[in-house]
Write a protein that binds this ligand. Structure first.
Ligand code: SF4
Ligand code: SF4
Ligand code: FES
Length: 744
């Protein structure tokens, strides 16, 4: 039903908006600004805390806070531009806010990009009447290793606490004490440890909350902001990278309403320091028979690479990370397939385009009435922003059901595919609800090769293709796994099996270089070329190491978990040639013409695998391609893989890759406190049976390997399973025994 339209008048301008529209928004719709501090629609209902939006309202004796007012027919508003009453009220508000606010703009990190500074210039008093000393506090207070709080600058707008409580729902930032003594603090002065904490720095309209990484690093007039996307997980949040003297100083959000709503996780926001890590490789390295490794120049490196590729006689396998741009993957595949007819690939995960007929923007989750998440992994660890969308859906009244080892409906580890099979059946109550709903969403969050295809079969069976409000998402483990797979396929029609034994293994990216399966392949390869950012990962076992670039240094594109093709823009000039440039040079040696320009490569491959989307269309808030029609004959549910079964007397170990892990995070000192605790989660039943209480030291063992961790009893975890972050249980098999160790 169309919303009822009403007419309001702001400064004499008649504006027609849906009834109930917030007056600040309605005025903006008519091109009229009403200044605000606390008003921020993404934080939920307005709270009217700061009084900056006071305006004269016809029929009311005193100025009113317009951010808490809905548009009604005939409402007449006058802002400071036309009303003396409003101008006086806004000036008074600013004078009041500045009573205790220090006038330290010249040394404040927010200076130059501060709403309080800007609005004071435009609406505030020209000078001060205050002659008494201002209130001071100890400063800065580190509320975490990432965020500093300068309390005397706080104007108590409650944006930060509303984010913590009402958006991220971490409840860690609170206002303590009352009245004039009220101030922002963390719960019991513990560090603000939560995956989305950095958003409060961006939300704070003054310099009270600042990033410890960015403090005193730059001023607004000596920076550039480069629009790009985050390359650290499959969400692909839209970002703005602040550059000063070719250094990435900070990453901020660039609100894509369909993807991220202007939020970033702390991994994406605070990881840019990896570019200048001390162990970054800046020149090619060659292994020497006796004397370790030596640095070589790029021409020699390309000679070496050419010799290794030719010497492999077509027995080449490339292990990809899923972090490459589509252009890098495409260029590399073309070089190998057209150059030497050999490009078998080990892809980081199985991805599928089968879900495209059920494609929706991530923002559709917030509108859903029923969301079912299947899989073993916590959503926040795989695709953090999806967790925020789920919370928003729940707050809006949606039923959000998670089915997994620690889900709201418990299921044994590795049974997501079986769950999908059950939901497709007529007799399952939840399946029936999914069939009946006009706004139902399915999400696969977990390991298992066939997630996308399995979910597609379920969505097809449930009739989602005919209901535009229903959709399905597969959360891949890598930022661009799908883009890489499609780009690789686009380089040739031919399937290539490589050959045994492997003559040359090309390891693309640090994630592949640290993957034990790839290391195992390397042991059986005659030669290895590794393309990595950091020392240590491949140096020692690769014959040739070619320095890689980071996502912040690349031009190109990434395909996110919705299937949205988004442009990555080079924010920083890398200290080494980028991959596409040297692959192009190497291609020339094999008679393969590969453009060194990502834009040209993109135009070449897009019609083949990306539906012909143009490079230009991927740049600014990239659109999501419409759903293709469902070809039911092309969708078959893969047979569920047998669920792992723990040996008798053992527990099933569920491991997940933690968000705060990986080569970039490992190199940021301020992010270390966010890394997963050395914990083992146990079910209530198993903890009781084994005589283990939360906080006890436990020894987890399997097949001669063991790890010592701290126990945490998780009331949601299914009996028979234990769960830990992958990095703490890497050496262990999936079937483990747990005993209480010495210590607490
Ligand atoms: S710290 Fe910043 S965001 Fe939080 S209440 Fe104070 S001014 Fe507002
Ligand atoms: S959610 Fe993913 S894409 Fe977004 S900032 Fe975090 S790591 Fe980057
Ligand atoms: S913006 Fe309206 S009271 Fe703060």
């Amino acid at each position: 039903m169309a919303a009822e339209l009403v007419k309001i008048t702001v400064d004499g301008v008649e504006i027609e908006v849906p009834k109930g529209t917030n007056v600040v928004e309605a005025a903006a719709f008519g091109g009229i600004e009403i200044p605000v501090f606390c008003y921020e629609p993404r934080l939920g209902a307005p709270v009217g805390a700061c009084r900056m939006c006071l305006c004269e309202v016809e029929g009311m004796p005193k100025p009113q806070a317009t951010c808490t007012m809905g548009a009604t027919d005939g409402l007449v508003i006058r802002t400071a531009a036309t009303s003396e009453q409003a101008a006086e009220a806004q000036q008074g508000t600013l004078e009041f806010l500045l009573v205790n606010h220090p006038l330290d703009c010249p040394v404040c990190d927010k200076g130059g990009e501060c709403p309080l500074q800007d609005l004071t210039f435009r609406y505030g008093p020209g000078n001060t009447r205050m002659t008494f000393p201002k209130r001071t506090f100890d400063k800065p207070i580190p509320i975490s290793p990432l965020i500093a709080l300068d309390r005397e600058r706080c104007i108590l707008c409650y944006r930060c606490t509303r984010f913590s409580e009402g958006v991220a729902e971490d409840g860690q930032l609170v206002a303590v004490d009352r009245g004039a003594n009220s101030m922002i603090a963390t719960f019991e002065e513990e560090p603000y440890r939560a995956p989305f904490s950095g958003n409060v720095v961006e939300l704070c309209p003054v310099g009270a909350l600042t990033s410890t990484q960015y403090r005193f690093q730059a001023r607004p007039w000596d920076i550039q902001n480069v629009p790009s996307v985050c390359g650290l997980c499959p969400v692909g949040c839209n970002t703005s990278v602040t550059i000063r003297e070719n250094k990435a100083k900070r990453v901020q959000s660039r609100n894509h309403p369909g993807v991220d709503q202007g939020w970033l996780c702390d991994k994406g926001r605070f990881s840019s320091g990896h570019l200048t890590a001390r162990d970054r490789i800046t020149s090619p390295l060659r292994r020497k028979r006796r004397t370790g490794i030596e640095e070589i120049d790029w021409d020699t490196a390309l000679d070496e690479a050419e010799a290794l590729i030719r010497g492999a006689n077509g027995r080449i396998v490339t292990a990809l990370s899923g972090t490459e741009t589509v252009e890098i993957a495409y260029a590399l595949a073309r070089l190998l397939r057209e150059g030497v007819g050999s490009s078998a690939a080990v892809l980081p995960e199985e991805t599928s385009d089968a879900l495209d007929p059920f494609r929706l923007p991530l923002s559709a989750i917030a509108q859903a009435e029923l969301v079912v998440v299947v899989g073993d992994d916590p959503v926040v660890e795989r695709a953090p922003i999806v967790d925020l969308w789920l919370r928003q859906a729940r707050r809006a009244g949606a039923q959000v059901i998670t089915i997994g080892p620690a889900g709201s409906l418990q299921a044994a580890p590795g049974t997501a595919a079986a769950t999908c099979e059950r939901l497709a059946g007529d007799r399952d109550e939840l399946g029936r609800q999914l069939r009946a709903s006009e706004r139902a969403i399915l999400i696969w969050s977990g390991p298992g090769g066939h997630g996308g295809a399995t979910l597609a079969a379920l969505a097809a069976d449930l009739g989602f293709a005919e209901r535009p409000g229903c959709g399905a998402f597969h959360l891949p483990a890598t930022p661009n796994g799908r883009g890489v797979a499609e780009a690789w396929a686009a380089a040739s029609d031919r399937e290539d099996e490589g050959g045994e034994p492997i003559g040359l293994l090309i390891v693309s990216g640090d994630e592949a270089a640290s993957d034990p399966n790839v290391r195992h392949l390397a042991e059986h390869a005659e030669h290895v070329i590794a393309i990595t950012l950091f020392h240590g990962l491949a140096v020692g076992w690769a014959d040739l190491v070619l320095p890689a670039t980071s996502y912040l240094e690349r031009d190109g594109s990434l395909v996110n978990l919705e299937g949205r093709v988004q442009r990555l823009r080079r924010a920083v000039t890398p200290p080494v040639p980028d991959e596409v440039a040297w692959i192009s040079k190497l291609g020339a040696r094999f008679g393969v013409e590969i453009s060194p320009h990502p834009a040209v490569l993109f135009e070449e491959l897009s019609p083949k695998v990306l539906g012909g989307v143009t490079y230009g269309a991927t740049g600014d808030r990239a659109p999501l391609a419409p759903r293709p029609p469902l070809d039911a004959t092309a969708i078959t549910a893969p047979a569920p893989e047998p669920a792992p079964v723990a040996a008798a007397g053992s527990l099933q170990l569920v491991r997940y890759r933690a968000l705060f892990s990986g080569p970039a995070v490992e190199r940021i000192p301020e992010l270390q406190f966010q890394r997963p605790a050395e914990e083992l989660e146990l079910s209530v039943e198993d903890a009781a049976r084994l005589g283990i209480a939360g906080g006890n030291t436990v020894v987890v063992s399997s097949e001669g390997a063991s790890a010592t961790l701290r126990a945490r009893v998780n009331r949601r975890l299914i009996a028979g399973a234990v769960r830990a972050a992958e990095e703490h249980v890497r050496e262990l098999a999936d079937s483990v025994t747990v005993t209480r160790g010495a210590g607490a």
